[in-house]
Design a protein around this ligand. Structure first.
Ligand SMILES: Cc1cc2nc3c(=O)[nH]c(=O)nc-3n(C[C@H](O)[C@H](O)[C@H](O)COP(=O)(O)O)c2cc1C
Length: 329
């Protein structure tokens, strides 16, 4: 059912799924009539993601990307069997075995796959259009709790800066982030993976500045009280709305990742642009503050936070991705 040519076509679509820091940790292999999902363990984030939660969530997003790609071809994932703990080689770790079956109807969210991309710029001032899009989104996805009252968004923007600074103050964390940033088009991986200047919505000078601020001068800048203002995203975050992404407590991150991708595609399908602000959910203080202020549905935990809205300018959709041939192993 799944020959190599079909798998290549599917993976070309699947690789558009989001992954944390764009590390693209998911690999694919045909195994009889099944498909193996593998993790490239060289692509991990020990500082930003010590529990490997966001990497696993990224695998989940890739699996959902596969389900969407299969649906367009009348196929579906019949079963997902998690394969944790079985290390195949020192580099590739099996994550799940998928059995593929015939039978699926096209999924409307598949239409948003090509258009969805992280938007890290500012948003248009909230107007009737964005309010309508947000209302449509709230009605179409039950995992997103929309916050659009200006004072509440402003408070979350301040909290986001505090959470961001908390992590940036750890040198190893900053070093890992810089390792995945491609601030110059001359970087050999600029179009392959990680976070390039265009994706970060940084102009040339801003990109040079980001490298200087996050490098060895950070502690001095912090002592001078400049690190906070220089890394602040408050203006951008405060310019849009917020969506709290909540999922059942105790859920396997593979399932969470599938829902995360669907939520982001629903955002794109509503005509909105978005970007996660993971630090808000990762830092216990900000997570607690958000959970106390905003009533999450019973039994749900805050997994991530999106800032979202109508982008202030046209979105660039040129996304850095690894070639299909490297993702099939
Ligand atoms: C679990 C997860 C967490 C993420 N957290 C952040 C984040 O905190 N900040 C951010 O700018 N992007 C975040 N992203 C977005 C990724 O960086 C983005 O998906 C990746 O760079 C690929 O780019 P694309 O979304 O434009 O396709 C996250 C993505 C995932 C899957």
């Amino acid at each position: 059912m799944l020959d190599h040519a079909l798998l290549e076509d599917l993976v070309a679509q699947v690789r558009l799924a989001p992954s944390v820091h764009n590390i693209q940790p998911t690999r694919w292999r045909r195994d009889g009539s099944d498909l193996l999902v593998l993790e490239d363990m060289a692509r991990r984030l020990p500082m930003a993601d010590p529990a490997n939660h966001d990497v696993r969530l990224s695998h989940g997003a890739a699996i959902e990307g596969l389900a969407l790609a299969l649906a367009g071809r009348g196929l579906c994932i019949a079963e997902v069997v998690a394969l944790d703990g079985q290390s195949e080689t020192t580099r590739m770790r099996p994550v799940a075995r998928l059995s593929i079956a015939v039978g699926a109807s096209p999924d409307p969210l598949a239409n948003a796959v090509a258009a969805r991309a992280s938007w890290r710029g500012a948003f248009r001032r909230t107007d009737a259009d964005s309010r309508q899009a947000l209302a449509h989104l709230a009605a179409s996805n039950g995992d997103l709790l929309i916050v659009d009252a200006p004072e509440a968004v402003a408070a979350i923007a301040v909290l986001g800066d505090q959470a961001g600074l908390h992590f940036l103050r750890e040198e190893a964390h900053r070093r890992e982030l810089l390792h995945w940033m491609r601030l110059s088009p001359a970087h050999p991986d600029y179009l392959r993976d990680g976070l390039n200047a265009e994706a970060l919505a940084l102009g040339r000078l801003e990109a040079i500045g980001a490298g200087l601020v996050l490098g060895s001068r950070f502690p001095l800048l912090d002592r001078l009280g400049l690190a906070g203002p220089l890394t602040s995203e408050r203006g951008k975050t405060g310019s849009g709305a917020i969506a709290l992404f909540c999922r059942p407590a105790g859920e396997d991150a593979l399932d969470t990742g599938r829902a995360f991708y669907r939520a982001w595609l629903a955002i794109a399908a509503a005509g909105l642009a978005a970007c996660p602000l993971s630090v808000l959910a990762d830092w216990p203080e900000s997570r607690r503050a958000l959970e106390e202020t905003h009533a999450l549905p019973a039994g749900r935990r805050l997994v991530n936070v999106f800032r979202l809205g109508l982008p202030a300018r046209a979105q660039v959709a040129a996304r850095a991705r690894l070639p299909v041939g490297e993702l099939i192993v």
